[in-house]
Design a protein around this ligand. Sequence first.
Ligand code: FEO
Length: 393
Amino acid sequence: MKISNDILYVGVNDHDIDLFEGHYIVPEGMAYNSYVVKGEKTAVMDSVDAHFADEWIGKVKEAADAPDYLVIQHMEPDHSGSIMGFMEAFPYAKIVSSQKAFTMMANFFEGEDFADRRVVVKEGDTLDLGGRALSFITAPMVHWPEVIMTYDATDKVLFSADAFGRFGALDEIGETSEEDDDWACEARRYYFGIVGKYGPQVQAVLKKAAKLDIETICALHGPVLVSDLGYYLGLYDTWSKYESESKGVVIAYTSVYGNTKKAVELLAEKLEAKGVPEVEVTDLARDDIAEAVEDAFRYDTVVFATTTFNNGIFPFMREFIDSLVERNYQNKRLAFIENGSWAPQAAKVMKGMLEGCKNMTYCENDVKIVSALNDDSRAQLEALAEELAAAYK
Ligand code: FEO
């Protein structure tokens, strides 16, 4: 793929990976993007996962006989894993990266930090390739501390490191955003899973990006973003400000014997009947928790429904709430359904876990189920449904 006459795609697709970053299911595979930028000198933007070193180096050789520089924007091994292979294949090339990244290289590569083959760059530095220059923007904690982004003013390209990435291999989802008809779904799951904790840092980078004339965004994952960049920048702005993107209710539940599930299904029916714009139901024991986390950030309201368990709450709900809290969960309306056969206390435990979260609105009508639904708990569900639906009228 050509990004421009002088910028070529040399990334690879991974269809073998089971869990990306040891954590996320990737049913469409994963891409580790890399680019060759040609002036009188040639720079390669980032390496790829170590399993693809030979394939990637072959692509680099086809695109550029003798690359002068390897720019390392991010040291997570999905990108840094083939640095050693590159430096052996191109023994005259230098690595361009941040000081923090060189420190990480020594840790990843048994002391090798390329002391004689390095160019350390910081905010605002440029690398003259002859006929074009790359300028560097620090992007700490998006999503590791050493991260830099790179701007090519000649072709108006921002190399954005992990930001604006998406799960999915490019031979499955398309090489550019014009071919990818569902970018937001997997970009949102990726964002909240991987970068969601670092909203303020993303905001800081967006402010720097706003000063640049950008026509193309080349991320390290996902398709090259080539048109309607305001859409992608706008979503990143919404997400990193922790604003809700969509109106609707997420009901996240666990159910041991199906009684809590019956309550959740009844609530969902009532909400739909009362005209709530979207109702998403997720079984935290069986569905992808990263998808549930994404939805909990996307929609403005979440109902948590679970059972009292070992004097606390059911484990999948605990993991879910922990995943939200550690990502700075805020600005939502919350409601709770608890079930317990002798001493229900799940609602109290869930609220306790969420109490440090900013700007939360708690519904008045929580629901208590004692073992199974009855007329009393059905009436409580009706009251909660009324309260939730009223906000959308
Ligand atoms: Fe794609 Fe943070 O690594």
